[in-house]
Design a binder for this molecule. Structure first.
Ligand code: NDP
Length: 497
């Protein structure tokens, strides 16, 4: 689903001033752009990444019977992912239900009883807790106020400017990046506001469902806007999002880089990092604050999950430029998939473990805690090591840290690393990320399956994402990718898969 978050990046771990913003709007010509126009056009046509938004070409033939012109579409049949339009409709409908279901199935009144479920008995699910209404004005104000705050902070706080990858028309966009500064501003405003009694972080627990409802509605509204605005003139469309099927294109995302404020505000990069990621951490901290308010302490499992996920979020924000080379930004359009993923799925499902620990008061032995810490360290070592190695290699291959690596020269011009982390398996960075996912779930103990939702879902996401990237690399590298796969045989887990 949700080839969401970026963080992670390399570098990062890979899931933002007015004067500066004015500069970010300009499209700078790249080296490729300086090629003759025809070359730039053919680059554009052959690119697997985006189309220009012109209607697909059709050819006209004469009907033998009537002699009238008949329009026959010669466009290749669209390449669908996620099960095509039916899959897209299903995912668009089911995802919000999953978010609510996780609360319905597990909360302070209990967790789904699998034995009852299997026997078909009633009362297997605890249902929604009475003190968590599905929609309230306070919840809507909190959620939409948060979006408004991050938008304002993104616009007002100065950021660095970075160029993105070369676009199919040969140009490059510049991006204003200030996610880490927005995070710092959030901490400052949060601490000050709390000391003044303006906010109560612990209230996120009671408002969880109503904030979820507000964000679900906001994500749908944003997706409708994104889809409608993608039909404007001069829009660059993601190739995969221009199939002509409205349901599918709405889901997968039509426009590649939608921008507002005269091109100064890049909606996709903003949503990828700022409101959802920081919002996720705020929810975690809100659950910890509630635990403190109720029991006078914050438990070790809660501290572990907040620390692990907090480090992940801060890592992503600190290494923000790495997002510009991720699949989400370079390839996918901005539609429901990413909008919902960024704004709803990440904060409201990734914070499940902290909510569970708050509601189920988990106790763990020191040995258990040390084992979890070890799992996290191993995962982070692989994740950061591999992402940083590739990022450094892609940005400065002569750096002494990566110069010694064995590589495969490709006809495309770039090299693929075949030793070091990238000789272990083709997506060793995903493996590290998934190991960390275990460390985020294990603090929930072993009484229930529901808090393991993240590690299960994320495993599926990474296998699917590995397949998508493999396809993209096969398109990019052709025969060289096959040679690479023969050298680095395993996809995600050495000697197993
Ligand atoms: P990668 O960072 O793995 O990037 C894939 C690209 O890297 C390929 O397309 C190719 O591009 C290049 N590449 C692949 N193999 C090699 C090699 N051997 N040598 C050099 N370059 C190579 O993918 P993602 O952007 O998907 O993931 C980045 C991080 O984000 C990961 O750590 C992932 O776990 C994390 N993530 C987290 C999510 C979450 O929700 N928490 C969701 C999705 C991702 P090219 O050759 O063109 O440079």
């Amino acid at each position: 689903m949700f080839e969401k978050l970026p963080h992670s990046s390399p570098v990062v771990p890979t899931c933002v001033h007015l004067d500066a913003m004015a500069v970010t709007t300009r499209r700078t010509p790249s080296k490729r752009a300086s090629a003759p126009r025809s070359t730039a056009k053919s680059l554009s046509r052959s690119s697997s990444r985006a189309s220009t938004g012109r209607p697909r070409k059709t050819s006209s033939t004469k009907s033998k019977a009537s002699g009238r012109a008949v329009t026959t579409s010669k466009a290749p049949s669209p390449h669908y992912e996620f099960g095509g339009p039916i899959g897209a409709l299903g995912i668009t409908t089911v995802l919000p239900i999953v978010c609510y279901f996780l609360v319905y199935a597990c909360n302070e009144d209990g967790c789904v009883e699998v034995s009852k479920l299997v026997r078909g008995e009633r009362g297997a699910f605890p249902g929604f807790p009475r003190h968590m209404p599905l929609a309230t004005v306070d919840g809507a104000i909190a959620a939409l106020g948060w979006i408004a705050f991050t938008v304002l902070a993104h616009v007002l706080i100065p950021g660095i400017e970075k160029e993105g990858v070369v676009l199919p028309d040969g140009s490059r966009l510049t991006y204003k990046l200030n996610g880490f500064r927005v995070f710092v501003a959030t901490v400052v405003v949060g601490v000050f506001g709390t000391s003044m009694g303006w906010f109560d972080l612990a209230s996120v627990h009671d408002n969880f469902l109503s904030m979820l409802t507000a964000m679900v509605m906001f994500a749908y509204a944003l997706s409708v806007y994104l889809y409608a605005s993608s039909f404007g003139r001069g829009k660059m469309l993601a190739k995969g999002g221009d199939t002509g099927n409205a349901i599918y294109d709405f889901f997968i995302g039509r426009e590649l880089n939608p921008r507002i404020l005269a091109g100064a505000f890049d909606l996709k990069v903003f949503c990828e990092l700022t409101p959802g990621l920081i919002g996720w951490l705020l929810l975690d901290l809100g659950f910890a604050a509630k635990q403190y308010a109720v029991s006078g302490f914050v438990s070790a499992p809660m501290i572990l999950v907040c620390a692990f996920q907090g480090a992940y979020v801060i890592d992503a924000l600190w290494n923000e430029p790495a997002i510009l080379t991720t699949m989400d930004i370079t390839t996918d359009g901005f539609g429901f998939m990413l909008a919902f993923g960024d704004l709803v799925w990440v904060p409201f499902t990734y914070s499940l473990q902290c909510r569970y620990i708050l509601e189920n008061s988990v106790q763990l032995s020191n040995a258990h805690l040390i084992a979890i810490l070890t799992v996290q360290c191993v995962g982070y070592w692989i994740f950061r090591g591999s992402n940083s190695q590739k990022n450094l290699f892609r940005t400065n291959p002569n750096d002494p840290k990566v110069k010694h690596l064995k590589t495969l020269q490709t006809k495309r011009g770039t090299k693929l690393i075949v030793s070091g982390w990238w000789g272990v398996c083709r997506h060793v960075n995903y493996l590290g990320d998934w190991i960390m996912a275990w460390a985020w779930c294990l603090p929930c103990g072993f009484s229930h399956l529901v808090p393991y939702f993240y590690v299960i879902y994320f495993g599926i996401l990474l296998v699917h994402r590995d397949g998508r990237d493999g396809e993209a690399c096969e398109q990019k590298y052709g025969e060289d990718w096959k040679r690479y796969c023969a050298i680095v045989k395993y996809r995600l887990i050495p000697f197993i898969y």
